[in-house]
Ligand binder design. Structure first.
Ligand SMILES: [Zn+2]
Ligand SMILES: [Zn+2]
Length: 367
């Protein structure tokens, strides 16, 4: 038996002292890989970049526990510093501690897969691990994230964090240059781009569903103020609480921009620069998460599911691995002043409960 309270804190303190940005988590990955090996896992490193997978063979369903590893760069007193301001050090500490406890006290059946993912903040760490093919066999995947105090306090947890889908698109509008005295010989890209903004603002989707699209960049014109500009650059931030609504928005946006530009004789090319899908959970597994949280924190600690406008690349796993059942817990820990704040701090004594919730869930899935 391992001492969960002591181990999770020890591992956290080691990881907290070596923050590294996405796809550069070399020391973090080496430390976690070493921990998994010592616990008896067969370990793969360099998965999708700096990802680490530990496997404990067994018959039956394949249950994965996933944590992210990367930190963020902040400017503090004029100096750039890498800081674990999103708590990924805490997530990795909870998952490695749970992995050690599971190796010491193995479930009756099933194969365990411990997944340490790089570059969550860059939103392509999950995809790079999925693309490696190493996670194709997963049947269940459990994740956990610290929550700001406004959402959950120490002694509380939510069985499902409903992140929204979030994408960025860019558009290049091309007109025809001309002398300012002879605008009829050109096509003003600003006119076309302004029309494109209007057309995007006139997109309508079912108002019952939460969604939004906003123009976040409009750059056009140059140093020559008596010439008709032929280039404009636009960017859009797209949000939707459901993937089906985001699909509709992603289909309507290019048409709105291209057709509006075409009305002025300009052309527009829209490129989706990337993003993350919305959370889609298996309700059976959310029920398991509820039971696990109640068992660890008592019924008073069980919060309702939380809807959050933030994005999380965890949701690529369910989008890309057929049949995967995911669950994603939000852990209260009196976290202030907020995630992604360079002075982010939380109550370390909340971490053992996170480990125990993960262990309860694995037990309920496999026993
Ligand atoms: Zn973050
Ligand atoms: Zn995070």
């Amino acid at each position: 038996m391992i001492d969960i309270d002591r181990r999770v804190r020890e591992i956290y303190e080691t990881l907290h002292a070596i923050p590294e940005v996405g796809f550069s988590e070399y020391k973090t990955a080496a430390f976690l890989a070493d921990g998994l090996k010592k616990a008896g896992y067969s370990v793969k490193t360099g998965v999708g970049g700096t990802g680490v997978i530990g496997e404990l063979a067994g018959d039956g369903p394949v249950v994965g526990l996933r944590a992210d590893m990367d930190a963020l760069v902040h400017t503090v007193d004029g100096v750039e510093k890498c800081i674990h301001s999103c708590g990924h050090d805490a997530h990795s500490a909870m998952i490695l501690t749970a992995a050690e406890a599971l190796a010491a006290n193995r479930p009756a059946k099933g194969k365990l897969m411990i997944v340490f993912q790089p570059a969550e903040e860059k939103l392509d760490g999950a995809v790079s691990m999925i693309d490696s093919g190493a996670l194709d066999d997963l049947n269940y995947l459990l994740g956990i994230h610290l929550r700001p105090v406004q959402e959950a306090k120490s002694g509380q947890a939510t069985p499902a964090l409903y992140h929204g889908a979030s994408y960025i698109a860019e558009a290049i509008v091309t007109g025809v240059p001309a002398h300012g005295a002879r605008p009829h010989l050109g096509v003003n890209a600003i006119d076309a781009a302004a029309a494109a903004v209007g057309a995007v603002n006139a997109i309508h989707l079912n108002p019952v569903e939460p969604w939004s699209v906003k123009t976040t960049k409009f750059q056009a014109g140059g140093p020559t103020l008596n010439a008709i500009p032929d280039k404009a650059e636009l960017a859009f931030d797209l949000r939707a609480q459901k993937n089906s609504v985001m699909d509709e928005l992603l289909a309507k946006l290019p048409k709105a921009v291209e057709n509006a530009a075409a009305a002025y004789g300009a052309t527009a090319v829209v490129t989706v620069k990337g993003g993350v899908p919305a959370a889609e959970y298996d309700q059976g597994l959310v029920a398991v998460a509820r039971d696990a949280i109640s068992a660890v924190l008592g019924p008073a600690g069980l919060l309702e599911p939380i809807i959050t406008p933030g994005g999380e690349d965890f949701h690529y796993f369910v989008k890309r691995i057929p049949g995967l059942k995911p669950a994603y817990i939000g852990l209260g820990c009196n976290l202030t002043p907020g995630l992604h704040h360079p002075a982010m701090a939380f109550d370390l004594s909340a971490l053992p409960a996170g480990v125990r919730i993960m262990l309860e869930m694995v037990k309920r899935i496999l026993d």
